[in-house]
Design a binder for this molecule. Structure first.
Ligand code: SF4
Length: 192
């Protein structure tokens, strides 16, 4: 199974965007399966008690919980996985796994699309994981945020920074620490 990461959106368009050989359809099919598997992981870990953070957390948690409510009284782990996959398919199609956050893409609210014209999919280089309503953060993203906090803290030790540089780094550090605190509130979030 190909494990698609956030940046795969750009790569996918680049490699498969113009092919007429059926390669694009095959890549798209594999991507959909990967998205569904990733969402099943979300679902299973949510069922095990994990919480989510980030701006999309409430929306995604609510959707997953309502699917759980609609399943048979059987625990979802032993319920009909085919049925579960069908119920998750729609949300899975929007999921793009990322390093700092996962994107449950909705073009109507996508923060990145407001800063670019002509794009129709997630723009990872313009991603605003703590602001965009489509961004969902889990414990799997913790190492990247911890690295960001450490880098900002190290750079702030430099004495020759301008006031602007210092202010930006301070903001980055505070943002990363806020995210880390949000993740650490629930050590059993998906990916932990
Ligand atoms: S800004 Fe929002 S829509 Fe764009 S890539 Fe990031 S999470 Fe997705």
């Amino acid at each position: 199974m190909i494990q698609y990461k956030h940046a795969s959106v750009a790569a996918f368009e680049g490699y498969a965007g113009s092919s007429r050989s059926g390669f694009r359809a095959e890549v798209e099919n594999q991507r959909s399966l990967g998205q569904l598997d990733n969402l099943l992981t979300y679902f299973d870990e949510r069922q095990a008690g994990a919480t989510l953070s980030g701006p999309a957390a409430t929306r995604i948690a609510k959707t997953l919980d309502s699917i759980l409510d609609n399943l048979d009284p059987l625990p979802a782990m032993i319920a009909d996985r085919g049925r579960l996959r069908a119920m998750l398919a729609s949300l899975a199609r929007t999921l793009h796994v990322g390093v700092l956050a996962d994107c449950f893409f909705d073009p109507g609210t996508a923060a990145c699309l407001k800063r670019a014209t002509g794009a129709t999919g997630p723009l990872t280089t313009l991603c605003q994981p703590t602001l965009c309503p489509n961004a969902c953060i889990t414990a799997r993203h913790r190492p990247a945020w911890a690295r960001a906090a450490e880098e900002a803290a190290n750079l702030l030790k430099e004495k020759r920074l301008s006031q602007l540089q210092r202010s930006i780094l301070q903001q980055n550090l505070e943002r990363a620490r806020t995210v880390l605190n949000g993740i650490d509130k629930d050590r059993s979030a998906p990916g932990s």
